[in-house]
Design a protein around this ligand. Structure first.
Ligand code: ATP
Ligand code: MG
Length: 319
């Protein structure tokens, strides 16, 4: 299975290019396109209503939207359930107060999005290609950075947990009790690594994030950056490319979108600057289709620029 991410500054045409690519690729491949942008317009582009769900559009093409609010709620609920289960013995500290403000904590949306990407990649084996249409640069870079950041944190937390278990073990030995540690409340506290739910969960999370990192950085994943022939788009695209490089993520194609006879000189300049910044990444030019600007979405299917050849040729060893 191949995975594509359409990225770029707000309004450059990420969704339109992702949709055109999905449509063209679906002639020969089974394609799922998912919008990760809280301000969805994938349904509008194809002229159908998705309402945060999934629909079959044609024989080979499925469309989906993630409902970020719902996703964040579900993500929090799952995590809170796990935490309450693991820390029942701390009930006196009133964890509910702590949980009720968790939803305001930074990073929840990014984790929810990442979890949804991870689940989609893991569960949707029936597709040849999954295309993710992303929100504008900032949020996208933040959720793409999460797997590596999280692995670093988990490693630290595993060390701390191991120290806690060592201390519990020492206390247990001093007490001379041959059974597992118990609190006054009668709740059993583990001191062996094998018995410890927290350590087990940390390790399984770490494995999930390592798997996801290797998928995102691997040869089956392609990130393409869409930009326009203007200087604002150039600056932000340069920052995006720099971010992707730092995160070791595979930028393999750039799309110079909305080129016209009038902006051709600027298109040349922006394109050559981007090639220098990104290091010889191929560029696909797409003309400004005035009918599309008039929001005539049926014109999407008339974008004649070929998305299939550059995308498939950059996906290593593709078909
Ligand atoms: N090649 C093109 N020719 C004409 N209009 C285009 C082209 N590409 C995109 N557009 C138009 O530009 C607008 C923005 O496109 P789109 O929604 O795809 O951008 P986006 O990068 O996904 O935006 P957002 O950051 O809001 O998600 C839309 O009105 C779309 O129809
Ligand atoms: Mg969009």
């Amino acid at each position: 299975m191949k995975i594509l991410f359409s990225t770029g500054k707000g309004g450059v045409g990420k969704s339109t290019m992702a949709a055109a690519a999905a449509w063209q690729l679906s002639r020969d491949h089974r394609v799922l396109i998912i919008s990760l942008d809280p301000a969805h317009n994938l349904g509008d582009i194809f002229g159908i209503t998705l309402n945060g769900g999934r629909k079959q559009f044609s024989k080979n093409l499925h469309l989906g939207e993630v409902d970020l609010q719902q996703l964040s709620k579900e993500y929090l609920k799952r995590e809170i359930d796990v935490l309450s289960g693991s820390y029942k013995y701390l009930q006196t500290l009133n964890l509910d107060n702590y949980f009720s403000v968790l939803k305001y904590s930074p990073g929840i949306e990014e984790y929810a999005l990442l979890t949804s990407i991870e689940e989609t990649i893991r569960n949707e084996e029936d597709y040849d290609i999954i295309i993710f249409d992303t929100p504008p640069t900032g949020l996208t870079l933040r959720f793409l950075a999460l797997p590596r950041v999280t692995i670093t944190w988990i490693d630290r937390l595993i060390q701390i947990r191991q120290k806690i278990l060592e201390k519990r073990y020492t206390i247990q030995k001093i007490r001379g009790n041959s059974e597992k540690g118990t609190e006054d409340s009668g709740i059993i506290l583990s001191y062996n690594e094998e018995d410890d739910d927290v350590l087990r969960r940390l390790r399984s999370l770490k494995t999930n994030y390592e798997t996801l990192t290797s998928i995102l950085e691997g040869s089956d994943c392609t990130i393409f950056v869409v930009f326009n022939p203007d200087l604002l788009s150039l600056r932000e695209s340069q920052r995006l490319v720099e971010g992707l490089r730092e995160l070791h993520l595979p930028l393999r194609l750039m799309i110079n979108n909305k080129v016209t006879g009038d902006n051709e000189a600027m298109a040349e300049y922006v394109e050559s600057t981007m090639i220098r910044s990104a290091g010889d990444i191929p560029v696909q030019r797409v003309a400004l289709h005035r009918e599309l600007q008039a929001r005539d979405t049926s014109k999407l299917y008339e974008i004649e620029e070929d998305m299939v050849t550059p995308l498939l040729s950059v996906l290593n060893n593709a078909w």
